[in-house]
Design a protein around this ligand. Structure first.
Ligand SMILES: [Zn+2]
Length: 85
């Protein structure tokens, strides 16, 4: 779990772009991401105390952004924009 405001997300964005994992929306805020090895991860995006929080159930430790999260965040932002958030 990490906050989009405080985590260093640039590296994760780069590796997400390089690998472009598959992202499927389960519901708004919950996404299923297929990683490079075919594993699937569940990523949740939500706001807590004004911060944008992202949670992925892969082995990446807290405060570190992973590529799955970034793939989900890009879809989440697009969905949020469509909904007018
Ligand atoms: Zn992950």
């Amino acid at each position: 779990m990490f906050s989009l405001e405080t985590a260093n997300i640039e590296r994760a964005i780069k590796s997400a772009k390089a690998l472009h994992p598959k992202v499927k929306m389960i519901e708004f805020g919950t996404y299923e991401v297929t990683g490079s090895t075919g594993n699937t991860y569940t990523v949740r995006c939500y706001r807590k105390a004004g911060e944008k929080i992202v949670e992925c159930n892969c082995a990446t430790r807290d405060e570190i952004a992973c590529k799955h999260s970034m793939a989900a965040v890009s879809l989440h932002s697009a969905m949020a924009a469509q909904r007018g958030h």
